[in-house]
Ligand binder design. Structure first.
Ligand SMILES: Nc1ncnc2c1ncn2[C@@H]1O[C@H](COP(=O)(O)OP(=O)(O)OP(=O)(O)O)[C@@H](O)[C@H]1O
Length: 312
């Protein structure tokens, strides 16, 4: 479990993380989403104590990261910086890490196997492709068999087979009851792996929600209906939780609260001809853009005004 309370980080004038409150729960994959510069990496650095908050707190399993006696066994993290000696093999890199952190050496072979690095484990890490380096980073994160796994943009540089591997891995880790926190700026990718989403923009919390709720909030359950008799169809469809809108004189209606199937059946029951019945599917990408656009625009124009002074 990761808990942030009013977590804030400023770099001079820049507020990278701005009063974030969230909880990342065990047993599920939580996606950490936001456009570039939203504050995801900074938040992750704060979680594992690579940076200190300006104010607020963040704890892992009830304690600050630095207060854990064996932090690598508590939280396994993959952050962007690759700090592997290029002349060292993957095997030796992991072995050194295990030795300095009191992790049993058998874990080295286990994570090499788990990360699909068996064939290259003895090669110099300097010769690794971006994808291989990424797998090695993930192997290192899993080395201490941690209860909490936190990965910053883990699919960067991975090929489609690597992307599928990471998806399966994250879901398996969550199914084992671990806390899995994974950042991305791609909604499409998160939708496939995450159950829960924490969305940030300009350092602020924009949503703490499930994938389904995010789509619904963006109007994903609207059905467009074109009919010969809009007035009568409105009456037929009316009911609790149902909302029907449409311009006067138009044969088109927008319906929320009923599925296309339910609308079609009701119309048929009352002999009302339909010309069109389309469920408006909002893609997660659209929902995400909707959510983050406001934050970006708001701050964009505010910054522009600050820079330019009062408009003439
Ligand atoms: N050490 C630093 N000094 C000054 N500004 C910083 C520092 N680290 C981050 N920032 C700024 O804080 C903001 C948030 O950056 P951060 O890297 O956390 O965002 P992000 O969501 O991870 O973005 P990306 O998806 O591009 O990695 C950015 O505007 C960034 O320029």
């Amino acid at each position: 479990m990761i808990e942030a309370q009013q977590l804030t980080k400023r770099y001079g004038e820049k507020t990278a993380v701005d009063g974030l409150d969230f909880v990342v729960k065990p047993g599920t994959v939580t996606g950490f989403l936001g456009p570039n510069g939203a504050g995801k990496s900074t938040t992750m650095r704060l979680i594992i104590g690579l940076d200190a908050p300006t104010s607020g707190t963040v704890t892992v399993n009830g304690r600050r990261y630095s207060r854990h006696r064996a932090p690598l066994q508590e939280v396994g993290a993959l952050l962007e910086a690759r700090s592997i000696h290029p002349g060292r093999s993957a095997h030796n890199h992991l072995k050194a890490l295990a030795l300095t952190h009191g992790i049993p050496l058998r874990r080295v072979d286990e994570v090499i196997e788990q990360a699909g690095l068996s064939g290259v484990a003895k090669k110099r890490a300097g010769a690794f492709s971006l994808g291989m380096g990424q797998r090695l980073g993930i192997a290192a994160a899993l080395l201490g068999d941690p209860q909490t796994v936190m990965l910053d943009e883990p699919v960067n540089g991975l090929d489609p087979e690597g992307v599928r591997w990471i998806r399966t891995l994250l879901q398996a880790l969550a199914a084992e009851g671990r806390t899995v926190f994974v950042s991305s700026h791609l909604m499409s990718e998160m939708a496939l792996v995450a159950d829960h989403l924490i969305v940030v923009g300009r350092g602020r919390l924009l949503a703490d929600t499930t994938v389904g709720d995010l789509v619904r909030a963006a109007g994903g359950d609207t059905v467009k209906v074109a009919t010969q008799d809009p007035a009568r169809l409105r009456d037929v469809l009316a009911g609790p939780g149902v909302d029907v809108t449409g311009r006067i004189g138009s044969e088109e209606l927008q319906v929320t609260g009923l599925t296309a199937r339910e609308i079609g059946l009701k119309a048929a029951e009352h002999g009302i001809a339909l010309f069109e019945l389309t469920a408006r599917t909002v893609s997660l990408e659209d929902a995400f853009m909707d959510l983050t656009r406001d934050a970006v625009e708001y701050h964009g124009s505010a910054t522009a005004l600050e820079t330019l002074g009062s408009p003439a």
